[in-house]
Design a protein around this ligand. Structure first.
Ligand code: AMP
Length: 393
């Protein structure tokens, strides 16, 4: 069966088409700058890559073109070969604890949840409606970034604020990157042939989150009401004292949204280093002795290590510490410096194995108290698997 996995953003549409019999990617690509100038697309298939600049006034045009190209390039013979379409959804609030078949009611819920993901949920709805137009009879499934974290108990998900904020406005921790953390948990359980693992999953990319997982279920996670909370990130601050916000508003004559924008877009690596949001640049800056990069690197490591230590205690130990996403999968020095700081908890790297970049690999030393793995995340495959499973029910 062939399943399409879709991630629709406000001006972009990312896709992967899977042959689910072998869980193989038949084609993948990105439609970018939808609704603005210089819109273009890239499609990769069969070792070939095509790229074209073309007018994409809206998501429907992008979706029609994508499907047209899949047939034209011989990737599928006809649109009826697509058995289902899975959509990545950033926020399912506390309505959705797992993936669901998309109905009109689900679409309305996504619209109602827009306050929790103002940039993302409306874009997902655009993506869904565009596919509905071209493939009206093909089942579609919504896969939520928040769903995996719905197993947190209220001690984890409630903030110590007036309870009415939760009752009246649903102010609570929702978390993010849930599809990635779920993929990590399932893959480790399968590879290590154990369901009862205590896992600390470190998704360290441009956005980053750390999740404590026990018996395959999320116990706690570092992102919060929004993806601004938790560890320091590429351009996001992570946890800060909220009193800073009105203080800076007054000092700089900004409104709350403008300060939140600073915390989302001009903080993290970028804010502290005043150099770059990209971890590779920070690593290079450190090698060149740039003091601001050294500071940014140390702060990032400190926040990551604090969350790992916190979850180590919460889980009563750790069977597997796992690194994933851009930094987690690729950065040898970041993994090394993080694990060095965890020596007092018995974590120890195999320095040679840690040179690994890409691929699933054990990187802990034989005398490490916990196993340490690198595991490339695969949210697209997780979305396709859920879609297949739900349409086959
Ligand atoms: P992601 O959001 O998962 O695509 O990850 C993006 C982040 O991964 C950026 O900060 C990149 O600098 C970082 N990254 C990718 N490759 C490397 C690498 N080889 N070393 C350090 N960071 C990397």
């Amino acid at each position: 069966m062939k399943i399409m996995s879709i991630n629709a953003g406000s001006s972009s549409l990312k896709f992967s088409l899977f042959d689910m019999d072998k869980e193989e990617v038949l084609a993948s690509g990105l439609f970018e700058r939808i609704g603005i100038d210089q819109s273009n697309y890239v499609i990769k298939y069969n070792g070939t890559k095509i790229k074209q600049e073309i007018d994409l006034p809206d998501h429907s045009v992008a979706v029609s073109l994508l499907l047209e190209k899949l047939v034209e390039l011989g990737i599928i013979r006809s649109l009826s070969e697509i058995d289902g379409v899975g959509h990545r959804i950033v926020s399912g609030g506390d309505y959705y604890k797992e993936s669901v078949l998309i109905t009109d009611k689900v679409i309305q819920d996504l619209i109602d949840l827009k306050d929790f993901a103002p940039l993302h949920n409306p874009a997902h709805v655009l993506g869904i409606n565009s596919f509905k137009k071209v493939l009206p009879n093909t089942p579609m499934v919504a896969v939520f970034d928040t769903a995996f974290h719905q197993t947190m108990d209220e001690v984890s998900y409630l903030y110590p604020v007036p309870y009415s904020w939760y009752e009246d406005y649903k102010v609570r921790k929702y978390g993010a990157h849930g599809t990635s953390h779920r993929y990590i948990a399932l893959t480790l359980q399968k590879e290590l042939k154990r369901d009862d693992l205590r896992i600390i999953s470190c998704h360290l990319g441009n956005g980053g989150s750390i999740t404590a997982i026990k018996d395959g279920k999320c116990i706690d996670t570092s992102m919060g009401f929004t993806p601004l909370a938790g560890i320091m990130m590429g351009t996001r601050s992570g946890d800060i004292d909220p009193s800073i916000i009105p203080f800076v508003m007054e000092k700089e004559g900004k409104n709350a949204s403008e300060v939140i924008d600073d915390l989302n877009k001009r903080s993290g690596f970028l804010g502290l280093s005043r150099y770059s949001s990209d971890a590779r640049d920070i690593v290079n800056g450190v090698l060149e002795g740039k003091e601001n990069c050294i500071l940014a690197e140390q702060k990032f490591i400190r926040t990551v290590v604090s969350y790992i230590a916190n979850y180590y205690v919460l889980l009563g130990g750790c069977d597997v510490l796992c690194f994933t996403a851009g930094i987690g999968e690729n950065s040898v020095p970041f993994r090394m410096k993080i694990v060095e700081k965890l020596a007092c908890l018995g974590f120890k790297l195999d320095i040679e194995a840690n040179q690994a970049v890409g691929g699933f690999k054990k990187i802990s030393a034989d005398d490490s108290k916990s196993l340490i793995y690198v595991l490339p995340t695969n949210e697209e495959l997780m979305i396709a698997r859920d879609t297949l499973e739900i349409i086959n029910r």
